[in-house]
Design a protein around this ligand. Structure first.
Ligand code: ADP
Ligand code: MG
Length: 313
């Protein structure tokens, strides 16, 4: 279905409402009623200088941002349709450009009964873990065509500014090694790349994922790690993160059974399980350069980092 959005509707000035603006003035969400139903339109225009307290904008960061919107458009246009429920994604209805901005048109997921939540139920956490396992199984060993050669927004090659800012120490010294352990994983897939709770909506116990700006090649446990940082506090991570890892790996095993004879499922699972401490250490490395007092830095993250550092010695 080709959706036509009248030019005067798509060209209204960017929203000044904070909750409708995209990250650091890079665009907004326009919500409209259309003949086909309620629409959510993501309009993007990366400015020359973004308005963020902690970033003096380097060319690298701006290029990354602009590219992330192209990646997201490509993903929705060509790949989101490959995924079937319960691996729901926002319903893509088209894209376009007007007055120097680009836009993607979605069905407003609230009209399909999906809502965002601050405190997910246990069943909703399980739904996202199931969603991730299906997503990762689907894109297993896919080449990174028109998506990021390496998915997620914190990997080392995409963060030279933060790396420079990082105080010297064992994590900084091991950064490149950690990065290469992830990058050189034999088994890879496409990761969502920003799989935090805020990028999922729920209809009862069904999850819907959106915000695919950092989708690209990676290892599944990296998405799981970021999701865990967004739903469990330090205490809960210490108690339950390893159980969720096991659940994720078990679910992935079921998803992969019967997919292709060439997949050595046991080898894949053991490779990704061994990289669990490494994805925590890699994210810790990013946080140390981005905001060393970030609330996500906690005992579980540091514990996993120590394991990763010892493995590397
Ligand atoms: N299809 C949609 N239906 C309803 N709301 C949406 C839809 N897509 C995005 N939104 C809303 O817009 C917000 C920002 O969209 P998102 O793609 O996550 O961009 P950002 O990169 O700014 O996080 C989301 O958190 C959600 O509240
Ligand atoms: Mg988002």
């Amino acid at each position: 279905m080709k959706i036509i959005i009248p030019n005067d509707v798509i060209s209204v000035p960017m929203s000044l409402k904070r909750n409708q603006q995209l990250w650091s003035g890079c665009g907004d969400m326009l919500f409209i009623n259309h003949d086909v139903g309620k629409l959510a339109i993501k309009r993007t225009k990366v400015p020359k200088q973004v308005t963020h307290s902690r970033i003096s904008q380097s060319a690298v960061a701006l290029k990354r941002k602009a590219h992330s919107y192209q990646v997201e458009r490509h993903f929705y246009k060509y790949h989101a349709c490959e995924l079937i429920p319960p691996c729901n994604t926002a319903s893509y209805l088209g894209e376009g450009g007007a007055n120097g901005m680009d836009y993607i048109v979605f069905r407003d997921f609230s009209s399909q009964g999906f809502v965002q939540v601050d405190k997910p139920s246990e069943a909703q956490i399980m739904a996202v873990i199931g969603w991730l396992a299906k997503f990762h199984a689907h894109f297993l060993q896919s080449p990174a065509e028109h998506v990021w050669e390496q998915g997620n927004y914190w990997h080392l090659e995409t963060r030279p500014d933060e790396f420079k800012r990082m105080a010297d120490g064992e994590v900084k010294q091991a950064a490149s090694l950690l990065h290469h352990r992830i990058k050189n994983s034999y088994w890879h897939t496409w990761i969502h790349g920003d799989a935090k709770l805020a990028n999922f909506a729920f209809n009862g116990e069904q999850a819907l994922g959106f915000d695919f700006q950092y989708v690209g090649k990676g290892i599944g446990v990296s998405d799981l790690m970021l999701f865990i940082t967004s739903v469990l506090d330090e205490q809960a991570q210490l108690l339950y993160a390893d159980d969720y890892l096991k659940l994720y790996l078990d679910t992935l095993r079921v998803e992969l059974l019967g997919k292709a004879a060439s997949i050595d499922v046991a080898q894949l699972l053991s490779e990704w399980e061994a990289l669990w401490p490494v994805v925590w250490a890699d994210f810790y490395r990013f946080l140390l350069g981005w905001k060393p007092d970030h609330f996500k830095i906690n005992k579980y993250m540091k514990f996993q980092t120590q394991i990763a550092l010892q493995q590397g010695r």
